[in-house]
Design a protein around this ligand. Structure first.
Ligand code: ZN
Length: 257
């Protein structure tokens, strides 16, 4: 008989992609959790949203969407800033208490295109994220579930190519621990994809907002503590082929992210 302790654990990686404002940096982020963690995150986020929907009379299908939640856009337009901050706080607390890790891979597109013009930036950053999921979570197999977009078929085709020939570069991995294929789902019906969106957005804000006003800086510090000080392994790296790593600014085009 198979008992719970002998069952191998599969990890779930929920992946979202995001561009910065001038669209010169692309990032892919993955919230990684085990089955119990996934259930706990969904339950907690549902609970938070249920209360918010009732308190502020929002549509029942309102999502946790990082940008809108931060800036009070779309459904969140009438929700006061302090309330939105509290919602973000509670959501990040629920996610970071129950996930295993956060991965972020980013790329400075103009420099990448100059150095490797034959390598589309999206393909490069996808490869880097998949290599990390494959290697760093060893020996757990990883099921990848990504936010559905216009690039689903492209991502699938690229994954197939990596599987067959190995990823190019020094790692040359066939991504053996990634289960089957890349799976895609709609974020509107997945709290965990919403969690990936929220965490990626927050990570991006914390790391790139160089001169926030003091109240926002205090809020960032609070979120940063939840993300980085919980003994969870966070692996984040943004790359510019011309510059020091991790990428903060670029000497080709002097600008913070
Ligand atoms: Zn650069």
């Amino acid at each position: 008989m198979i008992t719970a302790t002998t069952l191998p654990s599969v990890l779930l990686a929920y992946v979202d992609e995001s561009w910065n404002k001038p669209r010169d940096v692309i990032r892919l982020g993955a919230v990684v959790c085990d089955g119990d963690g996934a259930l706990a995150i969904v339950e907690a986020l549902d609970e938070i949203m249920e209360k918010v929907v009732a308190d502020f009379k929002l549509p029942g299908d309102t999502e946790f969407h990082g940008y809108d939640l931060f800036w009070g856009e779309e459904e969140w337009v009438d929700v006061p800033i302090e309330a939105r901050k509290q919602i973000i706080r509670e959501a990040v607390d629920a996610i970071t208490s129950n996930y295993e890790t956060l991965f972020v891979r980013g790329l400075h597109i103009p420099c990448h295109d100059r150095v490797w013009p034959r390598w589309p930036s999206l393909r490069w950053v996808l490869m880097q994220l998949l290599e990390r999921l494959n290697d760093d979570l060893h020996p757990s197999p990883v099921l990848v579930i990504a936010d559905s977009s216009q690039y689903d078929e492209l991502h699938r085709a690229q994954f197939k190519e990596f599987r067959k020939y190995g990823t190019p570069g020094y790692r040359n991995s066939k991504l053996e621990r990634i289960v089957d294929t890349l799976h895609f789902a709609e974020s509107k019906s997945s709290r965990l994809l919403q969690a990936a969106d929220l965490m990626l957005y927050i990570y991006q804000r914390i790391k790139t907002d160089k001169n926030p006003d003091p109240r926002l800086a205090k809020f960032y510090a609070e979120l940063e503590k939840m993300i980085f000080n919980r003994g969870k392994y966070v692996r984040a790296w943004t790359y510019c082929p011309y510059d020091e790593q991790p990428y903060i600014s670029c000497h080709i085009r002097e600008r913070g992210e």
